[in-house]
Design a protein around this ligand. Sequence first.
Ligand SMILES: NC(=O)c1ccc[n+]([C@@H]2O[C@H](COP(=O)([O-])OP(=O)(O)OC[C@H]3O[C@@H](n4cnc5c(N)ncnc54)[C@H](OP(=O)(O)O)[C@@H]3O)[C@@H](O)[C@H]2O)c1
Length: 291
Amino acid sequence: MLGAAGIADSDVMPAIRASSNGRLVAVASRDPERARAIASRHSVPVVSPTYEALLQEPDVDAVYIPLHHSAHKEWALRAAAAGKHVLCEKPLGMNAAEAEEMGAGAERAGVLLMEAFMYRFHPRPRDFVAGLRDAMYVNATFGFTLQDPANFRLRRKLGGGALLDVGCYTVSVARWILGEPVAVAASARRSDGPDGVDLTVGALLRFAGGTTASVWASFEGPEEQELTVVTKGGRERLERPFSSMQPNPYQLMVESFAASVLGGQPVALPVSDSVANMKVLDWIAREATIS
Ligand SMILES: NC(=O)c1ccc[n+]([C@@H]2O[C@H](COP(=O)([O-])OP(=O)(O)OC[C@H]3O[C@@H](n4cnc5c(N)ncnc54)[C@H](OP(=O)(O)O)[C@@H]3O)[C@@H](O)[C@H]2O)c1
């Protein structure tokens, strides 16, 4: 674990402990006290003094990177160069170029790299998408109120912004259902100042054959998550598409990743898909003038 992040503490570390094929070996944080505390909560045997020291631990086969978004590329590349497989939180990088660089670094080092898009492993959205026929229109939303002014998501330099943080899910599901868009229009509202971020983003995507999607991401509204698909035969809806919890999607994801590592097989979510997702996020950012 590179970083004593909230998501590691609440979901991913418990998922690895519950998994059939993974084991928590070491944790590192900028703050040694927080590292010791999270290690003790999750019975992690080694507290490494720095991220770099963790990468030199011989018992570590793979690292999970739950750092703020602008640190993903650096630490994924450093982990790969140290010979560790990498499970990296979403979004894989800050943009498609970074994601491509990360994929190339992993390939060069002969290690696996996968974006931790846990919702793709849950049977509820998987069954929903598999059951769709002749989809014509997708509406996907993901929003919540971000109350903590110190959160990295509100700082541009740390890779903040609603598009990267939750828009990545809405674009991912639209692409999962309709493929790659051929046109994009978008608009954003942002916070003030040079370190300000996009707080709310809406985009319209057009796909080959004239199908369309509307995606919306926000830090300003109430808790909001929905997927609606209009097909030629009717309307299908999935509430809370990105955080179904039974069975545990984090455990399904870490077990899939560990099985790829142990079996020497490709990961279930290829980097090429993460790059394609980031290309659409880049496009939206350009259209909404937030990049
Ligand atoms: N899949 C999901 O369900 C899900 C849910 C939430 C978040 N996420 C993703 O997980 C990642 C972490 O999110 P989180 O909410 O867990 O974040 P978080 O609690 O703020 O932790 C992020 C980590 O990044 C480092 N960090 C944070 N702010 C920093 C700063 N100002 N300067 C330098 N380092 C800083 C810290 O590492 P140290 O411990 O070393 O200080 C911190 O532990 C993000 O990529 C996010 O998109 C995924």
